[in-house]
Design a protein around this ligand. Sequence first.
Ligand code: ADP
Length: 489
Amino acid sequence: MAIPENKLAFGDGWQYSPAPESIDHIKVRKKYDLFIGGDFVAPVKGRYFETINPATEERLSRVGLGTELDVDKAVAAARKAYSSWSRMKAAERGKYVYRIARILQERAREFAAIESLDGGKPIRESRDVDIPLAAAHFFYYAGWADKLDYAFPGRTARPLGVAGQIIPWNFPLLMAAWKIAPALACGNTVVLKPAETTPLTAMKLAEVVADAGLPPGVVNIVTGAGDTGAAIVNHPGVDKIAFTGSTAVGRIIQKALAGTNKRYTLELGGKAANIIFADAAIDQAVEGIVNGIFFNQGHVCCAGSRLLVQESVADQVIQKLKDRMDTLIVGDPLDKNTDIGAINSAAQLETIESYLAIGEEEGAELYQSACPVPDRGYWCRPTLFTGVSQSNRVVQEEIFGPVLAIQTFRTFSEALSKANNTRYGLSGGVWTDKGAKIFKITQNVRAGVVWANTFNKFDPTSPFGGYKESGVGREGGLHGLDAYLKLEA
Ligand code: ADP
């Protein structure tokens, strides 16, 4: 469904559009420059790329294509700002971070609308999850700024320097918040690169940073694609790399950093098992399965993309799940009734569709809801595979779409060994009436987070990160501070 012209404002300066039904106003500039040293500056080579609305395939804006030259300028600006920012009284630094949090809260509706326009996620999710959580991360880490001595008693906490931060397209503003908030609270300065398909809320965040009066160069945002990210990773003036994205790119980054003194955290892919025992509250578990795999179109590294269901209730669970899938509405991300929005890009849709074909070639049985989808844009109906085996690619590989692979198990130990039979270790879920089972599962599933009788719950106080090929290091909570500090005895 095309977004009416009056919902988008194009022009050289700000233009305000009439308020559509559920949105106060949306402000999108025709063109975004890079944010370096407190100013919006044109990329050195003067090149820009388009960002489109994946629900309509229409262009939203053009953003600067940063090169090594721009990254160099941004790192220099961050280095210059570092000397005073790192020495600023910690409580003062905290005030700036609080200010970002408050402005984000005030502008939450606008941020939510732009996040949904640029990335395709349902407005209900960007409004109720992404933007409030992003603000909550800034609030949480603002509070730590002047309490680092209490966080690490007996040790002296010092910032690392300039942090290079590279984020993905599935939770654009939230990932920016996960990265920027702890870095600033600890006294670092940053150069952040948003993903190429979802740069807009990062550029809006640049405005917020400017409005909050942060000293120039403390936060720099350079848009671009993989080459721009690589320029940040390889820049000798960067002291730490924080990356969230695919395991493939994580490997490239880890290789590039080997032998350097740069610290790094990598948050990579996942293939989480969501385990349903026969004693679970089945209706609630079905809701948890739906949330686990269809939230944000399944573009979630911790998605519950493998369902392990106890054999005695498998038929019942699968039937209820299919019935529930048939009620899900796929379509316009800006409609508050939408359950599943647009796939983020044509390339990602192609990847997902290739996995649908792979699953069928492997002999799995595919079920898709029959809901209508718009003619234009990138869409994938909620999908599940039954009749899969452990070695199937749709069981082993991250699809990053609304596609669930279902296996059954008989015994507790079978559930556990299937859950752990994966190269990933980011998250997991367990549904049962028995506390003892919950403890046993959470202790034995090798994953950074395991949810019990819920799924996809996030909080700034809670550390997040993976084992195995899901990455190294933790973000969030106290652990998230550690990632931006040198701790000296
Ligand atoms: P996906 O495959 O889901 O698009 P990526 O891991 O490719 O995820 O992208 C995550 C982020 O990493 C994006 O901001 C992207 O531009 C960036 N990126 C891609 N390739 C590289 C690279 N070689 N070095 C650094 N960053 C990269």
